[in-house]
Design a protein around this ligand. Structure first.
Ligand code: FE2
Length: 345
C-alpha cells in the first residue's frame, strides 16, 4: 500500500543539524524520488528542435569561431526538463548539431563514449574511422565506436551539417569520459566496408580463418535504408521500422545506443507500445505530427525531437509523400542491465 512518507521538515532542527554535521541524511524523505511506485518518474521532457531555427545559429558559429578554437563546432541540444546547456537530450543520450565548413578538418581523437552521426545536409564531408574513409551523404548513419580513432574532413564547397548522438551522459555519470588526441589519420585507399565486405544484405566474407572487426561496418548508406523501408511498406502491413545491426553478429551496432529507421506511409498514424527506453527522432524526409506525452510536435525534414522513457507516442504522416525518420534509443544499454521493458498502451 502506498503511504505518505515523513518529510525532512517534520524532524526537529537540532536533529537535522546534527545529522548534517555527521555527514548523513534520512532516506525516507527522498525515498519516492529515487524509487517511485510502478514506473519511473523521468526528469526528461519531450523536446523539439526546428532545424530552420538551428541552422542560422550554426552557420553563425562558423563565422564566430574557427574550427581550431572549437575542435568540434557543435550546438548542444538540451532536454527541456534539464534546461538549456544540459549535455543530455534524454537521460543517457547526448545530441548536438555539428558544422564543418569547406576545407576544414576536425582533428583526430578517440574517446570512451561511442558516437554516431546522422548526416543532415551538405556534400563532400567525410569521417575517417580507424583509417577507413567514410563519405557522409544525407541520411547516412556513421558510427565512431568508443575507442576508435576518428577525424572529420571536407572536400566539398558547401557547409556540411550532421547530428551527433553519443552515450556521453552515461560515461560522464560513470566518471569514465575522456579523449586522447592524435594527428589526422592516414586513409586506406578503398571504399568503406558498406561498399566492400557488406555490400549485400545477408552476405559476409567467409568466416573461415578470419576474425571480424568488433565494429565491422561503420557506415549505413541512406539510399539502401530507404529502399529497404519502401519495400517493407509496399509488401507488409503495419508499422515499418527496421533495426540497424552489426552484420557479423546481428546485435545492436553500438554497446549502449541503438538505431532504427522508420517509414510512415502518407496519412498513416502509428502508435507504438510503451517502452522503457528513451528516444531521439530525427526526420530524414517528409512531414508530420508526433504527440509525445500529450505534447504536439509538427515536424519536417531535418527536425529533431525526443520521447522520454515510457512516453505515449503517436506519429502521423500529414504529407502526401512517405516520411522517414531515424530513431536513436538506449534499449541496448537497458537490455545489458536486464530491465528493458515494453507495456501495452
Ligand atoms: Fe569524437
Amino acid at each position: 500500500m502506498s503511504q505518505q512518507l515523513g518529510t525532512l521538515e517534520e524532524l526537529p532542527q537540532d536533529y537535522r543539524d546534527a545529522m548534517a554535521a555527521a555527514g548523513v541524511a534520512p532516506l525516507w524523505p527522498m525515498m519516492r524520488k529515487v524509487l517511485p511506485h510502478g514506473r519511473p518518474a523521468p526528469q526528461t521532457k519531450p523536446s523539439y528542435w526546428n532545424f530552420s531555427a538551428l541552422r542560422p545559429l550554426l552557420l553563425r558559429a562558423g563565422e564566430l569561431t574557427p574550427v581550431e578554437k572549437a575542435e568540434r563546432r557543435v550546438l548542444v541540444m538540451s532536454d527541456q526538463g534539464r534546461g538549456t546547456g544540459a549535455m543530455q537530450a534524454t537521460s543517457s543520450i547526448y545530441i548536438g548539431m555539428q558544422l564543418l565548413l569547406p576545407g576544414e578538418t576536425a582533428p583526430a581523437h578517440r574517446h570512451t563514449p561511442s558516437a554516431a552521426r546522422i548526416i543532415v545536409e551538405g556534400k563532400g564531408g567525410y569521417t575517417v574511422v580507424d583509417g577507413e574513409k567514410l563519405p557522409m551523404h544525407r541520411g547516412d548513419l556513421v558510427l565512431t565506436p568508443g575507442g576508435d580513432w576518428h577525424d572529420h574532413g571536407h572536400d566539398g564547397d558547401e557547409p556540411v551539417i550532421w547530428l551527433d548522438a553519443l552515450d556521453l551522459p552515461l560515461f560522464v555519470y560513470l566518471e569514465g569520459s575522456y579523449a586522447v588526441e592524435a594527428p589526422l589519420q592516414a586513409q586506406r585507399n578503398r571504399p568503406d566496408a558498406a561498399l566492400v565486405e557488406y555490400a549485400a544484405a545477408g552476405l559476409v566474407p567467409s568466416r573461415r580463418a578470419r576474425t571480424a572487426r568488433r565494429y565491422p561496418m561503420t557506415r549505413f548508406p541512406w539510399d539502401r535504408t530507404e529502399a529497404a523501408l519502401r519495400q517493407m511498406a509496399a509488401y507488409t502491413d503495419g508499422a515499418v521500422e527496421m533495426d540497424y545491426i552489426n552484420p557479423e553478429t546481428g546485435s545492436d551496432v553500438l554497446p549502449t545506443i541503438g538505431f532504427t529507421a522508420m517509414m510512415l506511409r502518407p496519412g498513416e498514424t502509428v502508435r507504438p507500445v510503451l517502452t522503457s527506453d528513451s528516444s531521439v527522432f530525427h526526420v530524414i524526409g517528409g512531414q508530420g505530427t508526433s504527440v509525445v506525452d500529450g505534447v504536439t510536435f509538427d515536424w519536417a525534414a531535418k527536425d529533431t525531437f525526443t520521447a522520454p522513457v515510457f512516453a505515449t507516442v503517436d506519429h502521423t504522416n500529414t504529407g502526401t509523400e512517405p516520411a522517414f525518420l531515424i530513431r536513436v534509443h538506449d534499449r541496448p544499454l537497458q537490455e545489458k542491465l536486464g530491465y528493458y521493458e515494453e507495456r501495452a498502451r
